[in-house]
Design a protein. Structure first.
Lengths: 79, 207
């Protein structure tokens, strides 16, 4: 049976839970808490959505110019 | 598997070229957040590739290639910065915040839930919907460099704390605390931006 945790402990672990940096037992405790606590769940959802926005904003595609420059380096730094 | 007629060096070299090509967008993305300038970022990626090709015989574990190349990218960036700041005579460290700053984990969420926000909808979603990628990038770029790189490696590149610690040559505890502070600063900057740009509705704005 997973130990019940209070909001205080859930909030302390929330960011590392989202980062998948807590152990399996703590993660189960978090799952259980979040399935019953609306307040912590909303907080978790907001942090998760904000992170997905940050991740999407940081995605880049290299220019054709850089691609050819790297290809030239591969050729020049010969085998 | 090594192809027939290929030496071990050829095989390693082919592996390296394939990996670099596959990682190029991510390397450029990280370089861009470090340098905050597309042309400097391209130079940084090219300099990194040159170093990687030179150091390739020293690569022991192919499974660590991504971490290894990001580490070389970061080290190349910091040594270029040191050379530049030595010329300008302003030490890089003077621009970095101290590590004892407190990180406020849920700054933005708490702000969006203050009593003056008599909001009946999903104020968090509304707030996020109004933020443009450009706003987010500006807020990331405004972070001090030692927080920015940790936030970029964790939240954009998806590296674990341990991988970031190895890449930046820092203790895991320092990565954890810098990440918390960096994210907290990022949230404050997004709130300030939303207020300055008038993105918050009258109901959301404090009196």
């Amino acid at each position: 049976m997973t130990k019940q945790i209070a909001c205080e402990e859930a909030l302390k672990n929330l960011l590392e839970y989202l980062d998948r940096e807590i152990d399996a037992e703590q993660s189960q405790q978090m799952d259980r808490h979040l399935s019953t606590c609306r307040s912590c769940y909303s907080r978790m959802e907001f942090e998760k959505r904000l992170r997905s926005h940050v991740k999407a904003a940081g995605k880049q595609e290299v220019s054709e110019r850089l691609k050819s420059r790297i290809d030239r380096l591969f050729a020049d730094k010969g085998r | 598997m090594q192809q027939r007629g290929m030496t071990a060096d050829d095989d390693l070299r082919s592996f390296c070229e394939r990996e670099i090509t596959a990682l190029l967008d991510r390397l450029f993305g990280t370089a861009l957040r470090l340098t905050r300038n597309r042309s400097d970022a391209e130079d940084l990626v090219a300099d990194t590739v040159v170093k990687v090709l030179d150091k390739l015989p020293g690569l022991r574990d192919r499974s660590c290639f991504a971490g290894w190349i990001f580490r070389i990218l970061y080290n190349t960036y910091t040594s270029q910065c040191r050379a530049r700041s030595a010329r300008r005579e302003d030490a890089l460290s003077s621009l970095q915040p101290a590590d004892d700053e407190e990180g406020d984990a849920f700054w933005l969420f708490d702000r969006l839930h203050q009593p003056f926000l008599l909001w009946w909808g999903d104020q968090e979603q509304l707030f996020l919907d109004q933020l443009l990628a450009e706003d987010l990038v500006k807020a990331i770029d405004a972070l001090p460099e030692n927080y920015r790189i940790v936030v970029v490696l964790a939240d954009i590149e998806g590296f674990s704390y341990q991988e970031i610690a190895t890449t930046l040559d820092l203790p895991v505890g320092t990565v954890r605390s810098r990440l918390a502070r960096g994210r907290s600063r990022l949230q404050k900057a997004l709130w300030d931006h939303a207020q300055a740009a008038g993105l918050l509705s009258a109901r959301q704005r404090p009196e």
